[in-house]
Design a protein around this ligand. Structure first.
Ligand code: DON
Length: 583
């Protein structure tokens, strides 16, 4: 069912997205391990006034409803987020955190909001070191209370709504409450995650909600009702986020984390009470005639900017997308930028990050001289930017298909780019009152020291783990908002966002084509290219110039909006279930 058919006035445009088609696939392939071939090509969405692009049609519909009522971009984003929490529970929600880029068209101001989880005050640098003195296995660290950071989502949207909201707070929860009470159809992507999930069914509440009495997941299209979550949302709608950060709900979350049977955590009621969202200046850099603005550390945007600044000296317009040269240059730039990321990035309040040095044009130009046309550098070393305090960090962040990105432009031209997550699929697998708690603390380095040096991304009480999330806004040479973009994808987010920027800004693609373009890049390991796409035919030529090539699913979830001469165009990732739609 397409939302477009329910919305004849919208210049809606979505996808050849049919839940019916999905339903057939998933029912005939119930044990498929992932959704690489869940690819459904999407059509470019066109609108003159406003646009919403997000990971589920019902979430986009909620956002459009707010915009139709005269709501602002942040009003719509909050409504989208609450519906995503319900219909895409594996990816994001009130039990997690988010980074938000906000553009206020009247003030001509851009603000970066940080609702990243923090480590509880009792967390120690050895949080993920086992009894044997060795780092825990990643999955052992994920499941249970140990990995749960203090959720930041509600505090950060509260802060952004107080400054940029137009509609009453409570009204933003109406679509999610109605869907939670009346029910919504279980989607194919959620169902496949349920099929693959081993831990969640052990939780009695989650089992009743997601699974049949015989333990198999409910089928695609089954109507899920979540009255417990509806009640939580009703309280937050009425009382504000304090209903989450204090009182009975806080007590229940703390009890679930501390009382976890096999892997308890240290979260306290004080940790919840003391959580504060952050806001500040975005991190911006020029890229050719554009200004690209994104979230500063501990967000992932700095590394996106480094990739762009490294590529700037190459005439990419003359390089064909999908060619060996395009993948070579992009992957080499990725190697250099990710090497710096491993060395220097973490929570800026705890780690002295040489942000200015790392984004400096001359520094990145010097680094780009390391890129040779006909041969891969293999592995890059971190550079030494100005003011660098050399520390070492481990690259131990894992990729899991979770997280969600929301892009919105409202009727006035204000914009939100918001990447939101509970980290892994179903987070820590702790299900409280119909929602899941994050496992964001596993985004910290497992080990606090390396070769006697402190790791930049080591655990510390009250610290935020490093993130790859890179919600981004691009402005043109007249300083008009040009592009809104972001993606899930764990550490690969940085490459997905940078690819889409190069595809739109250098190769002149529309936003849908840029999103749909096969993913590729390097995280300073092998050169990764997307499985099942046209660029698989580059394996031989890439190997012949020294690239170790790995073919991966590279399941991005890019959602973007770009200015046109008459309004906006929107794009949704064909690898996920989302749509772009506007009016
Ligand atoms: O903040 C981060 O970088 C990760 N927690 C994001 C996780 C993610 O995107 C998972 N997957 N697609």
């Amino acid at each position: 069912m397409s939302r477009c058919s329910l919305r004849p006035t919208a210049v809606c445009v979505v996808a050849a997205l049919s839940f019916g088609v999905f339903a057939q696939r998933a029912q005939t392939e119930p044990t498929a391990p992932e959704l690489p071939s869940g690819r459904h090509e999407k059509k470019l969405a066109i609108a003159t006034k406003y646009m919403v692009a997000a990971a589920h049609p019902l979430a986009v519909e909620a956002g459009l409803k707010m915009l139709q009522r005269g709501g602002s971009a942040i009003d719509a984003a909050i409504a989208v987020q609450m519906v995503l929490n319900l219909v895409e529970p594996q990816a994001s929600g009130i039990g997690g955190g988010a980074f938000i880029m906000h553009f206020d068209v009247k003030q001509k101001s851009t603000v970066a909001y940080n609702g990243r989880e923090t480590a509880p005050m009792a967390a120690t640098p050895n949080l993920f070191i086992g009894y044997d003195g060795k780092p825990m296995r990643f999955q052992d660290a994920v499941v249970g209370g140990r990995s749960v950071g203090v959720p930041g989502l509600l505090r950060v949207v509260e802060m952004a709504h107080a400054r940029h909201g137009r509609l009453p707070w409570a009204s933003l929860f109406e679509p999610a409450i109605a869907l939670a009470e009346n029910g919504f159809a279980l989607s194919p992507r959620l169902q496949i995650h349920l099929v693959n999930e081993k831990i969640l069914p052990k939780d009695a509440e989650a089992r009743t909600y997601f699974y049949l009495p015989d333990g198999t997941p409910k089928p695609v299209g089954a109507i899920l009702k979540n009255p417990a979550f509806a009640a939580v949302l009703r309280r937050i709608a009425k009382e504000g986020p304090d209903a989450f950060y204090a009182g009975t709900l806080a007590k229940e979350m703390v009890a679930a984390v501390r009382g976890h049977a096999t892997n308890p955590g240290s979260l306290t009621e004080d940790d919840l009470l003391n959580y504060r969202a952050r806001s500040g200046a975005p991190l911006c850099a020029s890229y050719r005639s554009y200004r690209v603005c994104t979230v500063p550390p501990p967000g992932g945007g700095l590394t996106v900017l480094q990739i762009l600044k490294t590529l700037e000296r190459f005439d990419l317009k003359a390089v064909r997308p999908g060619s060996t040269e395009a993948v070579h240059l992009f992957a080499e730039a990725g190697r250099l930028a990710y090497a710096d990321r491993e060395r220097y990035l973490g929570d800026d309040r705890f780690t002295p990050i040489p942000t200015a040095g790392l984004t400096d044009a001359a520094y990145n130009r010097r680094r780009s001289e390391l890129i040779r046309p006909g041969i891969s550098m293999g592995r890059a070393d971190a550079g030494v930017p100005e003011n660098a305090k050399v520390e070492m960090a481990d690259g131990d962040t894992m990729e899991f298909p979770s997280t969600s990105h929301i892009s919105i432009v409202d009727g006035d031209g204000n914009a939100v780019s918001m990447t939101t997550t509970i980290e892994s699929v179903f987070g820590s697998k702790i299900f409280v009152r119909g929602f899941l708690l994050n496992n964001e603390l596993t985004d910290f380095s497992m080990t606090p020291f390396n070769n006697g040096l402190t790791v930049a991304n080591a655990v510390y009480p009250g610290k935020q783990p490093r993130s790859a999330m890179s919600p981004t806004l691009v402005f043109d040479d007249a300083d008009r908002l040009h592009l809104v973009i972001g993606s899930p994808g764990g550490p690969l987010i940085i490459n997905y966002v940078a690819k889409t920027l190069v595809a739109t800004l250098d190769w002149g693609m529309d936003i849908q084509s840029a999103i749909s373009l096969p993913n590729f890049g390097s995280r300073n390991g092998p050169t990764e290219i997307e499985k099942g796409t046209s660029i698989e035919n580059l394996i031989g030529s890439l190997k012949s110039i020294g690239h170790e090539v790995r073919v991966n699913d590279l399941t991005s979830g890019l959602h973007g909006i770009m200015r046109t001469s008459t309004g906006w165009q929107g794009g949704a990732d064909p690898r996920r279930e989302g749509i772009a739609s506007g009016k």
